[in-house]
Write a protein that binds this ligand. Structure first.
Ligand SMILES: NC(=O)c1ccc[n+]([C@@H]2O[C@H](COP(=O)([O-])OP(=O)(O)OC[C@H]3O[C@@H](n4cnc5c(N)ncnc54)[C@H](OP(=O)(O)O)[C@@H]3O)[C@@H](O)[C@H]2O)c1
Length: 279
């Protein structure tokens, strides 16, 4: 697992003002008049649907995922640039950010959609899977944000969209590590938003409930609950579009999912009793 420090491919944390200034100097001139969005997880599901929504809205797309063929499907009919990358590789996020900035000269919006799940009793979870889920869903996302942010701050505008999960808001049984990773992302979003106040750069946390994508097949266990019912990736994409257009901080999809999150935050005892009763 990648750690920060001298052994990391990532630089140790630097003075933000100095990093922003350095980024401004290193930035190459913009190569497009259109706004530029870098979407990770663009080869499938939520990322693919969101990329298509932003293409329809006139944005220039930089699309990332591992599967080039499926990235080409997402890009079909657009002028998108494909930047295949394995974000689980130790320097994957750094290389992707560098390639994106080289390609487009700037990134106006990062939509960090790449993610994986794992379901089953925590007591049976292999250590390698703990690392795999935490690394991709949390660490790699944070490193990618760390890489793209200085140029946004230097430009005085931009937005980072993080794809969390309702699991991160309430904690879901037999998705303990996934819940932990998404809760980490939510706390990161909150903290980063405060740090970036006044810079012109915003942070949006997207909090979907279950969504009909390849996510469940890939994690090896289908979605089996009767509620909440899975929603479509297109609906999540529309919500991301609205959240970016309106510079929103958080968006739950569907919106009623804020309710269990609020009950848990305000009255955890009641929330647990309701869980015991209704599952
Ligand atoms: N589906 C749901 O119910 C649901 C609910 C809440 C939140 N979410 C979150 O939404 C996000 C997107 O999930 P989804 O439902 O769209 O799932 P998905 O269809 O399985 O898509 C996952 C995406 O992540 C990419 N990815 C996986 N491993 C990667 C790696 N090592 N390096 C780079 N990219 C990698 C995949 O790219 P390749 O296929 O090219 O490897 C794919 O594009 C995830 O963060 C997930 O946690 C999903």
């Amino acid at each position: 697992m990648t750690t920060t420090g001298s052994a990391s491919p990532y630089d140790p944390p630097a003075d933000p003002a100095a990093s922003a200034a350095a980024a401004a100097v290193e930035q190459t001139p913009p190569r497009t008049d259109r706004r530029v969005v870098l979407v990770t997880g663009a080869s499938s599901g939520i990322g693919a649907a969101t990329a298509r929504r932003f293409a329809a809205g006139g944005w220039h797309l930089l699309l990332s995922g591992r599967d080039r063929r499926r990235l080409e499907e997402t890009a079909s009919g657009t002028s998108a640039v494909l930047l295949p990358a394995d974000l689980a590789a130790p320097d994957g996020a750094k290389m992707l950010a560098e390639a994106a900035l080289r390609e487009a000269g700037r990134i106006d919006l990062l939509i960090a959609g790449a993610g994986i799940g794992w379901a089953g009793p925590f007591l049976t979870m292999p250590h390698t899977d703990i690392d795999r889920v935490l690394f991709l869903d949390l660490n790699a996302t944070l490193h990618l944000v760390r890489e793209v942010l200085p140029a946004m701050v230097a430009a005085g505008s931009g937005r980072v969209v993080l794809v969390g999960s309702v699991a991160g808001a309430v904690g879901v049984r037999e998705e303990a590590v996934y819940s932990a990773a998404k809760a980490g992302l939510a706390a990161f979003a909150e903290a980063l938003r405060q740090e970036l106040r006044g810079t012109g750069v915003g942070v949006t946390l997207i909090v979907p409930g279950p969504v009909e994508t390849g996510f469940f097949a890939r994690r090896g266990r289908p979605y089996h609950r009767t509620h909440p019912r899975p929603t479509s990736a297109a609906r999540v994409a529309a919500a991301v579009w609205d959240a970016v257009s309106e510079a929103r901080d958080d968006t739950y999809i569907p919106s009623w999912l804020t309710l269990p999150a609020r009950v848990r935050a305000l009255t955890p005892g009641l929330y647990r009793r309701l869980l015991d009763r209704f599952g």
